[in-house]
Design a protein around this ligand. Structure first.
Ligand code: FAD
Length: 467
């Protein structure tokens, strides 16, 4: 019997389990260990109800289905979104397009809605948008997207879990936290029990990323810092984004290089007719995010993250620490609430005040934010990037650079440390130990995590001569 353990039942873990299980090789014993609860038992302790999208870290990140369970479940079916999936697949000699299709088909089989949002269907509009982008040196990434919808994701994950357990014979253990591992591939669980495996795949997501990096360092596996994604959330009247979001792409992705600093800034997580929400990163550090829950209905605004990517080199390579310190400074200034400022005030160097915001054309969907001056908290370089980036974006989406546009800060996406692996995502230091998903710094997003889970599973099958 070959014993395989998968740690984490998010997209990476579940898709790896499926890839291994579908060989139907009775010689494989596949166990998935998940520290969080079953789908039906996942509740947010802060909200005293189902997980909300407003707190991090929170039970929302943990349990069968992983962090994606209570998300709107946008599947970005693109080889360059959610990690460098094309490069990862090429290195493993796998066909990225085929794998993305396989993942999408699997979600469809388990109840994802059949509607596909494909910008290429509106060819004329897409062409015109690309032309506008090219004229101002902006890259637009047309992406086919499927929206599972937050109301459907729990059902889809339950169906996947049932299939893995009943049809493929995989054993899934919720509430089974792994607290450590060693070089002999022994896992130690929270109850003190240990178990040795022939192969282990770690896929602990962002919930387990710090734990994983610490464990890797203890076991002599190298880790590297990934670049920081930090910035603001921008809120505008929804009509400004109507044409793009309703006729071309629900979650449009624009990539810009800012003129002064040559920094990369991008739109991310566009919530058309959605809401800005507060996110608690950790004690006393708050930030913002956006959501678009059907139950809340449409808002009059649309919002998107505007994120700068920053690499750091010696002496401070720890991008998470740098991001934390900026977010902390912003939170302190906001009295432990996010800061909100009109773009007009940010541009002219004035702090915003509640009286001015109450008269502003765009009214905030997040009320629990402190009017202030983001330039007091963010480095000058990032403020320049944001102002320049919005000015350029305005040439494609007229209106985003208006004085009444609302800016919330901070929006901070921490990256996990990248684990040193070979092309099949196997550790170079410990053989038969594999890593996948967001927690290993390899992916960002459901599709990316699933692709890396499949690559790692293929790596295991290759070693077992079962590919
Ligand atoms: C609010 C929200 C909305 C999002 N919306 C989208 C979206 O629309 N589209 C999209 O593509 N992405 C979205 N994402 C991101 C997406 O959910 C993640 O990229 C994806 O889930 C990553 O998959 P993963 O398998 O790597 O990790 P995860 O899904 O995080 O799963 C990892 C699992 O491992 C478990 N675990 C951790 N440590 C241990 C341990 N020591 N022992 C046992 N188990 C452990 C965790 O409990 C967790 O359940 C969203 C995320 C959030 C938080």
């Amino acid at each position: 019997m070959v014993k395989i353990a998968i740690v984490g039942a998010g997209a990476a873990g579940l898709f790896a389990a499926n890839e291994l299980g579908k060989t139907k090789d009775s010689n494989l014993e596949i166990h998935v260990f998940e520290q969080g609860a079953e789908v039906n038992k996942r509740f947010c302790p802060l909200k005293n109800g189902y997980a909300c999208a407003q707190c991090f870290p929170c039970k929302i990140m943990s349990g069968i289905g992983g962090a994606g369970l209570f998300s709107s479940g946008i599947l970005n079916l693109h080889k360059h979104i959610g990690g460098n999936l094309e490069e990862l697949c090429n290195k493993a000699r796998l066909n990225v397009e085929e794998i993305i299709k396989q993942i999408d088909d699997f979600f469809l089989e388990h109840g994802a809605p059949p509607t596909l949002f494909d910008p290429h269907e509106n060819g004329k509009k897409l062409h015109e948008l690309k032309r506008r982008c090219a004229a101002v040196d902006v890259r637009f990434i047309p992406i086919r997207q499927r929206l599972i919808g937050s109301e459907n994701t729990p059902k889809v994950i339950k169906s996947i879990q049932k299939f893995l357990e009943n049809d493929l014979g995989i054993q899934i253990f919720p509430n089974r936290e792994v607290i450590s591992f060693d070089k002999e591939r022994r896992l130690t669980f929270k109850d003190g029990k240990t178990e040795q495996f022939d192969y282990i795949l770690f896929a602990p997501g962002r919930w387990g990323m710090i734990w994983l990096a610490n464990q890797c360092e203890i076991n002599g596996i190298k880790t590297f810092h990934e670049p920081l994604d930090i910035g603001v959330r921008v809120e505008v009247p929804s009509i400004i984004l109507e044409e793009i979001c309703e006729e071309i792409q629900r979650d449009p992705k624009f990539h810009i290089i800012t003129p002064t600093y040559n920094d990369f800034i991008r739109t991310f997580c566009v919530n058309h007719k959605g809401y800005v929400v507060k996110e608690t990163y950790e004690e006393k550090i708050v930030g913002v995010n956006g959501h678009q829950l059907k139950k809340d209905g449409d808002s009059e605004n649309s919002n998107f993250a505007f994120l700068i990517r920053q690499f750091l080199t010696s002496p401070l390579e720890d991008t998470t620490e740098y991001g934390r310190s900026i977010s902390k400074q912003t939170s302190i200034l906001g009295g432990y609430k996010p800061l909100i400022q009109t773009l007009g005030d940010l541009r002219s160097g004035h702090r915003s005040r509640a009286s001015l915001i109450s008269r502003n054309l765009v009214q905030p969907t997040l009320r629990d934010a402190t009017p202030g001056d983001i330039a007091m908290a963010f480095p000058y370089r990032f403020i320049v990037d944001i102002l320049e980036g919005l000015k350029i974006l305005d040439k494609i989406i007229p209106g985003v650079n208006n004085a009444s546009t609302l800016i919330y800060a901070p929006e901070f996406k921490r990256s996990a440390k990248r684990i040193d692996t070979n092309e099949f995502l196997e550790s170079r230091a410990i053989k038969n130990m594999f890593f996948a998903g967001d927690g290993a710094g390899i992916s960002r997003g459901i599709i990316g995590a699933a692709v890396t889970g499949i690559i790692a599973a293929c790596g295991i099958l290759r070693k077992l001569h079962l590919e």
